[in-house]
Ligand binder design. Sequence first.
Ligand code: HAM
Length: 419
Amino acid sequence: MPEFQTTPGTRDILPPDAARWRRFVDVFAGVVESAGYEQIILPMFEDLGVFQRLGDATDVVTKEMYDFVDKGGRHVALRPEQTAGVCRAFVQHHPNLPWKVWYSGPNFRYEKAQQGRYRQFDQVGVEVLGVDDPLLDVEVIALAHGFYRALGLRNVELHVNSLGDTGDRARYVAALESYFRAHEIDLTKESRATLERNPLRVLDSKRAEDRDVISQAPSISEFFSPEAASHFAAVQDGLSLLGIDFVVNDRLVRGLDYYRSTTFEFVSTALDAAQTAVGGGGRYDGLVEDLGGPSTPGIGFAIGLDRTLLACDAESVFGIDSSGTDVFVVDATGGRSALLLTAELRNAGLRADRAFGAKSMKSQMKSANKSRATVAVIIGEDELARGVATVRPMDGGEQSECPLGQVVATVTDIVKKAK
Ligand code: HAM
């Protein structure tokens, strides 16, 4: 066993998996940029206070924060998510409204590590600040839905709920608390502890012993103001108009405290692990104000990259791209020809590789095979003397000789035809 290994909850993403990660982000960028979202890159750590706005009753803040005092005496934390950072940046930079941004990158939560739940995990997401319109909620949800489709996923269910406006939510939490207090005896020890911290989160218990009490609990819909009810109805209407299937789940509570009004989660039915939420989001109309900015509506979502890729594996979609390089140069004359030719081929936009260390022709051909190149370009002493190279399609096609000056054009032609 080597002395050092990755610490629990972190992983090395090796090739070829890492290329799949990058493709994931590229596909996401394509989907959201076509809807007018622009990329934002935030720091990975910020003042702890920024993240405390996620709610002092949430596990993310109370138990899972990677926080520390830096050498300058600042209490900072690694970001557990990016919504709070986007709102902090909004308050700091006063961009024009509406502000539509997307992001990707790692987040950190000190969670119990298991399949699909890591301490460092990646997300892609969007946030929109400055628009209070249910049709924006529909756009945002539709974007996430469209992205799962673009990956090829079919078994992702959309759950939607509304937590009402701030007043509705507060009255609901109070009603839930008194209901659960009256039934405390029938709750598990864990849920009784959750009740002390955050009655809403009791609804999130997956323990079978809690099921009966939770199923009889009051529903948020009984507490909606007329405005909240009509906002939620308009969201559902818009989703139906776009033909997006959804389930109204009045037990859907998100893990972060900033949510108001529309909330949603995407659940993979192809995953049988405990961790099936592949993405989620909602409105957080009070968060900008909490961070010292003007009252500004906000909505967004984040999609868990690690977990969504597990769902892709389970559905056998969005696999690893197994294409190799375009061309492998085999040079049995010492390597200078390969140096020149690979440079020319790369400048022409081809993916070109070669072997090093003056290996034998046979061993270089082995490397060419391994690289899964479309074409091998072979130069032996005889070819060099005549100023030519052998161009060999690796799929068994007929090889030919061409002058060194025409290698790039010949290879480009073969690679194009093979694609
Ligand atoms: P979240 O539900 O905490 O929301 O995270 C979104 C997604 O990130 C989850 O559905 C899951 O796929 C993934 N995820 C979360 N924690 C882990 C973990 N420990 N390991 C692997 N994947 C994980 C947010 O983060 C909000 N910022 C979403 C949002 C944006 N709401 C409004 N705007």
